[in-house]
Design a protein around this ligand. Sequence first.
Ligand SMILES: Cc1ncc(C[n+]2csc(CCOP(=O)(O)OP(=O)(O)O)c2C)c(N)n1
Length: 346
Amino acid sequence: MDSPVTQAQYATQLSDDTLRDMYRAMLLSRRLDERCWALHRQGKIAFHVSAIGHEGLQVAAAFALNRGIDFTYPYYRDLAFCIALGLTPLDFMLSVFGKAGEPSSGGRQMPSHWSSREKHIVSQSSVVAVQVPQAAGTAFAINYKRKVGLLAADDTTQPRLAYASVGEGGTSQGEWHEAMNWAGIHKLPFICMVENNQYAISVPFDKQSAVPLVERAHGYGVIGVQVDGNDVFATYDAVRAAAERAYTGEGATLIEAITYRLVPHSSDDDDRSYRTREEVQEWKQKDPLLRFQAELLNQGVLTQARIDAFEEAIQASITEAQQQAEAAPDPDIASGLSGVYAEETI
Ligand SMILES: Cc1ncc(C[n+]2csc(CCOP(=O)(O)OP(=O)(O)O)c2C)c(N)n1
């Protein structure tokens, strides 16, 4: 396994303000997520898929990219990632309530199928892993533009890499292997983040692969890095180093971030049928939010008073977003086919 990032220590260069912004994004994601579980239990929303447990690696990854400029292909579990890219509580509440004005699809897609032209988040399908070859294709286009002189390697106003995230279960799909192979052959400015939470719904990782995931990187000719996904600093370093390699033409990186999903797969799943409560309890001790909070308190970047202020402001913003979304109109039925077929004729 190549692991050139451990000495990089990009994270040590993060300012206190940035670290607090990262903490706030993680906290907002967690509280918004918890509210959605409650709304589902109250029968107010139909479905929720959660980022609880993944917030550390997602926020670290988003902050390590050129946010809003580089192209990203997140998957449904990437609430914290999208919040770090600027998704607001109202945007998300409109999607879980399926209301008009919802930014990803106008309330037509399932929630958590992120999309934002302005934030360079590319719309995804419900079929797992197909976002990975799409992202590799985008990376190919970036490479091509660079080669023909349409894009300067140091132009930070233009997208210089494509980032895709996927669950470890998604890596069992053929598309994932095709994308990684393509990325290796063409040395693409591409990052594949695998959020390895150890289960694809009820299927544990040892029923999906005979080797650690990161070892597959070698077979495709890309750099492979395994990182503790509950460690914000380590994940930031890994993604930042991968981004630098992409920007400087050194090729693609597969990052395997080890984490754990602390809640069921979705609001439709009962995880008691396939994992023990003791196992879940053990991983709760490694909660990335609590760990990051403890680290920042220890460094003096956070104080209990600041944490309390964040909590209060975040809860107020979520309640306001919920009220606005509940009061928002449903999508207009007459517009049901808009955005499905091209509206201009050639
Ligand atoms: C091709 C395909 N097969 C099955 C499904 C149903 N499905 C949706 S999510 C999921 C589990 C994916 O697990 P993983 O990739 O590990 O991501 P996680 O949900 O654990 O974050 C499955 C099987 C699907 N959407 N697409």
